[in-house]
Design a protein around this ligand. Structure first.
Ligand code: S6P
Ligand code: ZN
Length: 187
C-alpha cells in the first residue's frame, strides 16, 4: 500500500459520496405498520419518499469491534397528524450503542427502553445524541425542511425491526395545536 492514501469516500457535510456507498429509500408503501392513521396513509401515494439513508460499511456486517457510518435524510411531511419518521429499531445485539449528530433541520429522537419507557430528545443542527445499548431509537422530522443527521454504530449491532413493527413505541409524536407533542400510543 502507498504511504499516503486519498480516501474515496467523501462526506461534504450533507452528502456522502464514493464507490462503496449503500443507499436506501423508505417510501409510504414501505411504512404501513408504523403510522397510526391508516386512512390518511392509504390516501397518500405509496411511492412518496419519507426518508433516505446513505451508509458506508467499511467492514462486513457483523464484524466485531468495527464501525459503520450513515447519513439519514427525513423529508418534511405528515401522515394525518403524525410527522414523517423512521421505522425505528432496537439493535439485534441489544447492548450496542450508537451516536447521532444533527446536521440540518429540526426534529426529535424518540428513545424507548426495554420496559417501554419512552422519552424524546430535541434534534437541532449540531445536537449530539448518545444512544445507550438496550434503547430503541426512532427519528422524527418536526420541521418544514429536510432533517439530516449522521450516525455511527458498531458493525456487529444488527437491527431488530420486528419488535417495533409488532409492538410499536409506547409514545408517538404528533402535531397538536401546531406543536410537536409526545403522547401515549393507544393503538
Ligand atoms: C443505524 C442507524 C441509522 C438508521 C436510519 C434509518 O443503526 O440507527 O442509520 O438505520 O436512521 O432508521 P431505521 O429505523 O429505518 O433503520
Ligand atoms: Zn441504530
Amino acid at each position: 500500500m502507498a504511504d499516503i492514501v486519498v480516501p474515496s469516500v467523501i462526506f461534504s457535510g450533507t452528502e456522502l459520496t464514493g464507490p462503496a456507498i449503500d443507499r436506501l429509500s423508505r417510501r409510504i408503501g414501505d411504512l404501513n405498520d408504523i403510522f397510526h392513521d391508516k386512512a390518511a396513509l392509504a390516501a397518500m401515494p405509496a411511492a412518496q419518499t419519507v426518508y433516505e439513508v446513505a451508509s458506508y460499511f467499511p467492514v462486513p456486517d457483523g464484524t466485531e469491534a468495527g464501525l459503520f457510518f450513515g447519513i439519514t435524510y427525513i423529508h418534511p411531511g405528515k401522515v394525518g397528524n403524525e410527522y414523517f419518521m423512521t421505522k425505528g429499531h432496537f439493535h439485534k445485539l441489544r447492548d450496542r450503542g450508537e451516536m447521532y449528530m444533527t446536521i440540518e433541520g429540526e426534529g426529535m429522537l424518540i428513545l424507548m427502553d426495554e420496559n417501554r419507557q419512552t422519552h424524546a430528545e430535541k434534534m437541532y443542527p449540531g445536537s449530539l445524541h448518545y444512544i445507550n445499548g438496550h434503547i430503541a431509537h426512532r427519528t422524527v422530522n418536526t420541521g418544514n425542511t429536510i432533517l439530516t443527521f449522521s450516525a455511527v454504530w458498531p458493525s456487529d449491532a444488527g437491527h431488530d425491526y420486528d419488535t417495533i413493527s409488532t409492538e410499536g413505541f409506547s409514545k408517538i409524536l404528533i402535531e397538536k395545536d401546531g406543536k410537536p407533542a409526545l403522547v401515549e400510543n393507544n393503538l
